[in-house]
Design a protein around this ligand. Structure first.
Ligand SMILES: Nc1ncnc2c1ncn2[C@@H]1O[C@H](COP(=O)(O)OP(=O)(O)OP(=O)(O)O)[C@@H](O)[C@H]1O
Length: 327
């Protein structure tokens, strides 16, 4: 069964500063299978938040439809309250109340039987912080609370808009674990993120939005292949053989330096064959290392201007110089 399906989804904003229309999302056909972890990527202004707002019925499409678990959300908006957990939460938080009380309200409001202490522990919000007013929370603490509230009543679909925003490395790891746990329990997870390494670590598929249009949908491995991203095999051996031994169709460059043989493969599948060939000819490696092009490198191949960005990572030069986009 399909968890999210949009058909011809478009959103135009009219009358901007200079009276011109902005097409934020254009004719989007998106399909997210049930149980999938789907990463939604795109540079700033690509239309991710606008799409998510339409998926959650916070904003009406100019054209097109959204179905959540087969139900048209404009005809049956209650499907969202019943089956979807959202970060950040649309109805907001009560600033004067504690995080714990906000969470208890969410549990009561949904008639759920969750234990607040269990949810708070799961997202790593400690007991003292849980008892402080939400108005005093840091961004990361607010994000942790929002995630706890999204998990109330075990939703079938989690929609997370930039869920790692404000989280420290420990919080990011915890978020990744929660996404994996939820997915293994059958929950569909749809999330937008600028943290490409995180998307790479947990997503079954990735959709790349650029200028309101879906420019690619695939697994990270599939995107890598389509983008022709190279991977590098580094073999350490006592006496590296002549480069000719490893040259073959899938190999684009071979470099020997001291005890290291570096082989750049246009096709990642060539790597196993290279190792087998070396061993067969008596060149046994002492150590083997392998590097794949990161999602941030691949991402740059799909979006306007070849921009790539990632938290904590600089844009990497591939065929053309790339600019780093502020996150
Ligand atoms: N309320 C609005 N009125 C007019 N234009 C808008 C409005 N909301 C968004 N836009 C425009 O729609 C386009 C898409 O914006 P959106 O916020 O969906 O992008 P995004 O991919 O979420 O970006 P970011 O990564 O920066 O959050 C942008 O050009 C933006 O300026």
């Amino acid at each position: 069964m399909v968890a999210i399906r949009t058909r011809g989804l478009s959103k135009r904003y009219s009358g901007g500063l200079f009276g011109s229309d902005v097409t934020a999302v254009s004719d989007l056909d998106l399909t997210v299978e049930r149980g999938e972890v789907y990463g939604f990527l795109g540079p700033n202004g690509a239309g991710k938040s606008t799409t998510i707002d339409m998926l959650l019925n916070y904003s009406y499409p100019t054209e097109g439809t959204v179905e959540i678990f087969g139900e048209n959300i404009q005809e049956n908006p209650e499907v969202i309250d019943r089956r979807v957990g959202v970060v950040p939460e649309g109805y907001g938080l009560y600033d004067r109340l504690s995080g714990r009380r906000n969470l208890e309200f969410a549990i009561e409001w949904q008639n759920a039987s969750d234990d607040p202490a269990h949810l708070l522990a799961r997202v790593g919000l400690d007991a003292d912080d849980a008892d402080r007013p939400v108005g005093d929370y840091s961004k990361g603490m607010t994000q942790r609370l929002a995630l706890a509230m999204a998990l109330v009543d075990d939703p079938d679909l989690l929609v997370l808009d930039e869920p790692s925003s404000g989280l420290d490395p420990n919080g990011i790891r915890r978020l990744r674990d929660i996404i994996r746990e939820e997915a293994s329990d059958g929950t569909t997870v749809f999330f937008s993120s600028h943290v490409l390494s995180q998307v790479e670590a947990v997503c079954d598929r990735v959709g790349i939005l650029d200028d309101g249009e879906l420019v690619a949908v695939d697994t990270v491995a599939g995107l890598r292949e389509t983008a022709g991203a190279s991977s590098t095999l580094t073999l350490t051996m006592e006496n590296p053989p002549s480069p000719d031994v490893v040259r073959s169709d899938g190999v684009s460059a071979v470099d020997v330096r001291g005890k290291q043989l570096r082989v750049t493969c246009a096709d990642a599948r060539a790597k196993a064959e290279i190792i087998a060939r070396l061993v067969e000819r008596g060149h046994n490696p002492i150590d083997v290392g392998s590097e794949e092009a990161s999602l941030s490198e691949i991402f740059g191949d799909y979006v306007r201007g070849g921009s790539a960005h990632d938290d904590g990572e600089t844009a990497t030069e591939r065929n053309t110089p790339q600019q780093e986009v502020a996150t």
